[in-house]
Design a protein around this ligand. Structure first.
Ligand code: IMP
Ligand code: ZN
Length: 348
């Protein structure tokens, strides 16, 4: 009997999994960053950047809000600042998810212009979409990949509108939604109401980083975010019962990132104290997610394994949990049906 056998990592790897909250640049493995660094150094022996294996030590996962965001602005973005690095890192991120047994991914990224290389935000987005298309066109790949474009909390209202323009322009090529991300200590979310109103009106989906820290979990901020009628919410940590009730009533999908939250100390205690323990007993679509597997080093299979280990889930319960995100994918009926069929025919 399948449920009598405890969940181990190998079962969690074989289990088909759906990833709905993964930041592209935060998902690049240290090994891939190292390969990019080697290639860059060959072209330019004077390259002024440390080896990623030194800058981001292999065992280090205890990045917190203070140390996490500068890792991108002062290191990874400088290393991955040309088209070959962006294309290669996207392809490698997709390979890593596919190899971990992920069957559907909605990657998200913040459109980035790199004027010194002549790269516009449009070229950046197109480069990533090309890599996604190449992946999806390979018949042997069981994972399908789509893109969400992120507005960063440091963006101006005009920059946010630019992200929406790009999302609308490329919706037929795989962009399925718009996200709000970035350092929760920064910014005034009210600036983006017009941008997200446009997203909603155009029929694109919305996901938002929500109550990640106490600072970004004020009633004012959460009321503004909910007024945009988001389809999914990420993290959902500092929410009182009235916001929990709203999320349940509206059946909004929740994207829960256990390792990120525990390592970054966004939540208190350990895995067994995580609010997955609350949401799993509701009927909203729950999706376990990695957030930034390149930084926190816990692939999606490990997130499922951790859920099983800390919440005493057997194989049948874990297989049911893996199907809960289907209800909140941003792509619609055909992908939903593909995923439902995949689980229907899956046997371990
Ligand atoms: P990118 O958007 O592909 O460049 O991925 C990295 C970016 O994602 C970072 O610079 C952050 O703005 C954002 N990000 C990654 N993880 C988090 C998170 O946990 N909270 C908020 N923003 C995040
Ligand atoms: Zn995130």
């Amino acid at each position: 009997m399948a449920d009598a056998v405890p969940v181990d990592l190998s079962f969690a790897r074989r289990l088909p999994k759906i990833e709905l909250h993964a930041h592209l640049t935060g998902s690049i493995s240290r090994a891939c960053l190292h390969d990019i660094w080697e290639a860059r150094r060959q072209q330019d022996p004077q390259l002024q950047l440390d080896d990623p294996l030194v800058a981001i030590p292999p065992d280090k996962v205890d990045y917190d809000v203070q140390t996490f965001f500068p890792l991108f602005s002062s290191y990874i973005y400088k290393l991955c600042d040309d088209l070959p690095s962006i294309a290669l890192s996207t392809a490698r991120v997709l390979e890593d998810f596919q190899a971990d047994g992920v069957v559907y991914v909605e990657l998200r990224t913040t459109p980035r212009a790199i004027p010194s290389r002549g790269i516009t935000k449009k070229v950046y987005v197109k480069t990533i979409l090309d890599a996604l298309r190449e992946h999806n066109d390979q018949n042997t790949n069981t994972m399908r990949a789509f893109l969400i474009l992120s507005i960063d909390r440091r963006n101006t209202a005009a920059q946010a509108q630019e992200v929406v323009d790009l999302a609308l322009e490329y919706r037929s090529e795989g962009v399925v939604g718009v996200d709000l991300c970035g350092n929760p200590a920064k910014g005034d979310v009210g600036l983006y109401t017009d941008a997200f109103t446009r997203v909603k009106a155009a029929g694109l989906k919305i996901t938002l980083h929500f109550a990640e820290t106490a600072e970004s979990g004020t009633d004012d901020e959460l009321n503004t975010l909910l007024s945009w009628q988001p389809d999914r919410l990420g993290h959902v940590i500092h929410v009182n019962s009235s916001f929990q009730e709203h999320i349940k009533r509206e059946n909004i999908g929740v994207e829960l990132c256990m390792s990120c939250n525990v390592h970054a100390k966004l939540t208190t205690g350990t895995f067994s104290d995580h609010h997955f323990g609350f949401w799993r007993h509701t009927s909203v679509p729950v999706a376990l997610c990695t957030d930034d597997v390149g930084v926190f080093c816990s692939p999606l299979s490990q997130e499922y394994y951790l859920a099983a280990a800390h919440f005493a889930l057997d194989r049948i319960q874990l297989t049911k949990l893996a199907q809960r995100p289907i209800a909140s994918v941003f792509t619609g009926a055909s992908e939903r049906t593909r995923l439902e069929n995949m689980f229907k025919h899956w046997s371990d």
